[in-house]
Design a protein around this ligand. Structure first.
Ligand code: SAM
Length: 164
């Protein structure tokens, strides 16, 4: 009995953490939806193409869709990608590595990754995004991008690409 419980805990932990363990990005954690909503209202997402890199189980993506965005989620974990699609059938959900998805048509990019991942992502975002695109990062700041606005209390940061 204890063995089964232990194996179940191990399996769930691995499922949550594997992108981090294999060096692809952050493990699973959920954004504060009030913070995401604050940022989406702040930047205005209606009618815009919004990518969420690492969309998890889809709560932020569904919110973006409800607020009028063309919502595209990218998720490396197949179970999370499936749950995300079920949660928001009208969203586009790509089962893929976010580092391999072109972002040239994005107006807004939403991320909740780890600081080391944000550092790597900044290179891609500065290179691929249009100058008028914005990046919203929950919880962790993004180095090497131009900060436009932030809400320290909610731990949410809004950037534009830095000219290279
Ligand atoms: C901290 S969670 C954030 C989930 C969701 N965005 C939110 O804010 O509630 C990070 C997510 O990124 C996904 N992820 C990690 N590395 C990735 C990669 N290279 N490509 C796509 N998704 C990735 C993880 O599977 C996980 O679902």
């Amino acid at each position: 009995m204890y063995i089964i419980a232990l194996l179940a805990v191990l399996a769930v932990s691995l499922h949550m953490l594997w992108p981090h363990i294999v060096g692809k990005g952050a493990g699973y954690g959920a954004s504060n939806l009030r913070a995401a909503k604050w940022a989406f209202e702040h930047v205005g997402i209606e009618g815009k193409t919004l990518y969420e890199l690492g969309c998890g189980y889809g709560s932020v993506l569904a919110l973006a869709y409800k607020m009028g965005a063309r919502a595209v989620g990218v998720e490396i974990d197949p179970i999370r990608a499936l749950m995300c699609k079920l949660r928001c059938p009208r969203c586009r959900v790509l089962l893929a590595d976010m580092f391999k998805i072109p972002l040239n048509d994005a107006d807004v990019v939403y991320i909740f990754q780890y600081p080391s991942v944000n550092r790597k992502l900044a290179e891609k975002l500065n290179k691929e995004l249009r100058k008028d695109a914005v990046v919203v990062s929950y919880y962790w700041e993004v180095p090497d991008m131009q900060l436009l606005s932030k809400n320290d209390k909610m731990k949410i940061y809004i950037y534009k690409p830095k000219s290279l």
